[in-house]
Design a protein around this ligand. Structure first.
Ligand SMILES: [Zn+2]
Length: 251
């Protein structure tokens, strides 16, 4: 199973984390092979098996994993004992100070973000596509750290996994207009007569504006659409699986 890990998060021996790829699962074509999403018409037994394989690779109990019914919102859900694998909350970010509960965000071109406050011992994950970036879900996550756990933003690390790059993310003029209205012109590239959106640029700016320090921010340099042989990409493939960012604190 091919996974990616963050140099920043690897410094913390109490953390288990990964960004998955297509590799190492049992799903068949269109979803081959490590599809982790139940809502994309893949065989449900295969998806469950993929979760078991990932849990055994990263050494956590699959039953305790919390994932999300992601709806491109800016909602942050505080994880508690009522959450489990079979009842994903409807939201686009999860946060907890509890140990041995893996948090998962699933993507295919959107940005998977892992957060860790090493002082207060709090973790979070977030799903940020265009809508999440336009709604500034990053700010809501940092606010949730501060409000619910007394975090200081300068203690929070933010790791952004692979997503669609500005190389491939062409958008229509209506999105360009919306970005302009939100003062996000800086994230639009114009090539020939076409507009391209740089989500990573927006996320970086929002993280910095929320008080996260530049040296605590990490971005994948890859594009899921260019590298759709390695990652699931909605833009490249349409019907496809989802890969994931996972983060857990151990006791
Ligand atoms: Zn690309």
């Amino acid at each position: 199973m091919k996974i990616y890990q963050s140099p920043i998060l690897n410094h913390f021996s109490n953390l288990t984390h990964a960004f998955t790829t297509k590799d190492g699962g049992v799903s068949k074509k269109l979803y081959n092979s490590l599809n982790l999403a139940f809502h994309v018409n893949d065989n449900l037994l295969d998806v469950t098996r993929n979760h078991e394989l990932l849990a055994s690779t990263l050494k956590y109990n699959k039953r305790t994993l919390v994932h999300m019914k992601q709806i491109h919102s800016d909602l942050v859900h505080i994880v508690d004992e009522t959450d489990d694998f079979d009842n994903p909350p409807i939201c686009d970010a999860l946060i907890t100070d509890k140990t041995n509960i893996p948090l998962m965000v699933m993507v295919a071109d959107c940005s998977p973000i892992l957060f860790y406050d090493s002082k207060k011992e709090v973790i979070a994950v977030a799903h940020a596509g265009r809508q999440g970036a336009f709604k500034n879900i990053v700010k809501n996550v940092i606010n949730s750290f501060v409000k619910n756990y007394g975090s200081d933003a300068k203690d929070i690390s933010a790791i952004v996994g692979t997503s669609i790059g500005v190389c491939c993310y062409e958008v229509g003029s209506e999105i360009y207009e919306e970005a302009k209205e939100l003062d996000l012109n800086y994230a639009i590239q114009k090539r020939d007569a076409n507009f391209y959106l740089d989500i990573s640029k927006i996320l970086k700016s929002q993280l910095l504006a929320s008080g996260v320090k530049e040296e605590n921010i990490e971005f994948s340099s890859e594009c899921s659409c260019c590298k759709n042989d390695i990652y699931f990409s909605y833009r490249a493939d349409g019907i496809t699986g989802r890969f994931a960012g996972i983060l857990m604190m151990r006791e």
